[in-house]
Design a protein around this ligand. Structure first.
Ligand code: ZN
Ligand code: ZN
Length: 358
């Protein structure tokens, strides 16, 4: 018996044809027609209301991705409405508005058993891709562990921020920012600004964002940073050193995914401070660490990856409470058939995050 039958709703007929964006090769997209599948046991078929562009998608669009063979569907930040529920799904029924993370851990491997579900290999293997589409099939493990009812007053596009915010929450759970502190964020992209929003919501006294591009710095200042520093200027290092009464930032969070950013974060944090290497770099890059600085300045280096279910729950609560104003990050909107234009726009730096609405 289907969940729809349990809840007494007439099963909505599924469309025979729907569209899904496929990345054929770097820089080349195609909208393909497909038949949305009927969900199997524990699964949900989601009608996408909004998908969001992400830096990972942009990197994949530029040069492919080591984990995914092309052609492949892509897009992994989304929110939508349940179109059909598979057998045994009790928590959701057709018509429910839903938000979810694109991964969920197995809960039985070595890492999951130790509370490090962010390292679960099964989670990445079974990541959901294909949110740039009319419909998306949500597998049972995600429905069971990382799917939530969207609060009625939370816009779909803001609900789709659940995945990036979960990454930020996980990183800040490791970094443990405190109210009286000064934090430096390196990188004024969507993740840098999301970190700034979360730090300010946590009561951190001063948040500075160092980045490049007048437009991005203006956005960072308008969306939560107390101070922005143009990293392209010669006096940038001096401006950072002057933070925190001249001691430098207590916490430095790297959000560029470039080794130069990692080196900068290591160099700029104060003695006794914490460095968070948040942005993953290209494979094969290495970081040289000054051991004298590391030891005698008593630095703590943190390199958080992905998120755990508890981070997703915290991110869900933060979005639901509406205190971040995270929806401001989405500063462009396009239809699904304009997806190529979305990536051209991101490439130009003309938007932080773009909502893709079928
Ligand atoms: Zn993402
Ligand atoms: Zn696992």
């Amino acid at each position: 018996m289907s969940a729809a039958a349990i809840h007494g709703d007439p099963p909505a007929p599924l469309p025979a044809r729907a569209r899904q964006a496929m990345l054929l090769e770097p820089g080349r997209l195609e909208l393909r027609e497909f038949t949305p599948p009927a969900p199997g046991p524990g699964e949900l078929l989601l009608k996408i209301e909004c998908a969001l562009s992400c830096g990972t998608d942009l990197k994949t669009w530029r040069r492919g991705h080591p984990l995914w063979q092309l052609p492949a569907p892509f897009g992994h930040e989304f929110a939508g409405v349940v179109a059909a529920a598979g057998a045994g799904v009790a928590r959701f029924k057709p018509g429910d508005a839903l938000m979810a993370a694109p991964t969920a851990p197995c809960e039985s491997c070595f890492y999951c058993a130790r509370g490090q579900e962010n390292l679960c290999a099964r989670a990445m293997d079974r990541m959901v891709m294909g949110a740039y589409a009319d419909y998306l099939l949500l597998p049972a493990h995600i429905v069971a562990r990382n799917a939530f009812h969207k609060p009625a007053d939370l816009p779909f596009e803001e609900a789709a921020l659940l995945e990036p915010l979960s990454c930020v929450v996980h990183a800040q759970a490791m970094a443990r920012p405190e109210r009286g502190e000064t934090a430096l964020i390196i990188g004024a992209g969507a993740f840098g600004i999301l970190h700034a929003m979360a730090l300010k919501a946590a009561g951190v006294r001063e948040v500075a964002v160092a980045g490049r591009g007048a437009q991005r710095l203006q956005w960072a200042g308008a969306m939560g940073a107390d101070r922005v520093i143009d990293a392209a200027r010669e006096d940038a290092a001096g401006a950072i050193a002057a933070l925190n009464g001249g001691y430098g930032p207590d916490l430095a969070i790297e959000c560029t995914g470039q080794v130069e950013g990692w080196e900068d974060a290591f160099r700029r944090v104060r003695r006794g401070g914490r460095v968070v290497f948040f942005g993953g770099c290209a494979a094969g890059t290495t970081l040289g660490v000054d051991t004298r600085r590391m030891h005698y300045d008593n630095l703590t280096l943190l390199a958080p990856f992905h998120f755990r279910p508890r981070d997703v729950r915290d991110a869900f609560a933060m979005l639901g409470a509406g205190r971040l104003g995270a929806g401001r990050l989405i500063n462009a909107r396009r239809r699904l058939d304009q997806l190529s234009e979305v990536f051209a726009m991101l490439e130009r730096g003309a938007a932080l995050k773009c909502a893709v609405i079928p």
